[in-house]
Write a protein that binds this ligand. Structure first.
Ligand SMILES: [Zn+2]
Length: 198
């Protein structure tokens, strides 16, 4: 139970990461975060612990008795939890592009995908968030060592550095607690709306 997931919101209620129940309790206990209930009320450690008497659902046993497990916490200050570096990795690029070929727009299994340099390396293209996209093997072959224009292909959207770990989106699609739902649209919105270059 202590290793199950808790959604962490920043002070503006934007989800910024997923953490463990163990760490969530530590953050609440230190006053760095507050627990959030279904009605968006927030609680410090003492008031949250008191809820054990009236609240159904998961609890963890402590010396002072059972304490409800929070599924959402909100940070009480900005910049208290360091931003994670988003690793420029294959999986993160796949995740950023939602496992969708950026040329034909078809979603594929991981094994059917490849990384494509928009401006090919042979033409001076670099390995950066802005120049590497997820591509299906077919489009990749068609494109070869050409630019999209030269190959008659069109990018679905301009590739950009994700503001936050795309893997978190994967986690969110895998582990969904009902308590997270009100905040998930915000996830999509901030991921898709604020990140991309027009
Ligand atoms: Zn394709």
């Amino acid at each position: 139970m202590l290793n199950t997931s808790v959604l962490v919101l920043n002070r503006s209620y934007l989800p910024i990461q997923v953490t463990s129940v163990r760490r969530a309790f530590a953050l609440i206990y230190q006053g760095i975060a507050r627990a959030v209930n279904e009605r968006y009320q927030t609680f410090d450690f003492e008031s949250w612990a008191e809820l054990a008497k009236v609240r159904d659902g998961d609890t963890v046993g402590t010396l002072r008795g059972p304490i409800p497990v929070p599924r959402v916490i909100v940070l009480t200050a900005f910049d208290r939890v360091p931003k994670r570096h988003v690793r420029f990795s294959r999986i993160n690029i796949y995740a950023r592009d939602n496992f969708t070929c950026q040329y034909c727009g078809v979603r594929h299994a991981r094994s059917e995908l490849n990384l494509d340099h928009v401006v090919p390396r042979a033409q001076g293209g670099r390995s950066t968030w802005e120049n590497v996209v997820c591509s299906c093997l077919e489009c990749n072959r068609r494109k070869g060592n050409k630019t999209p224009a030269q190959a008659g292909l069109h990018l679905r959207r301009p590739p950009a550095r994700p503001r936050w770990t795309p893997l978190m989106n994967l986690m969110l699609s895998n582990v969904r607690y009902t308590e997270w739902r009100p905040f998930l649209n915000v996830v999509d919105a901030s991921y898709w709306n604020t990140e991309l270059v027009p």
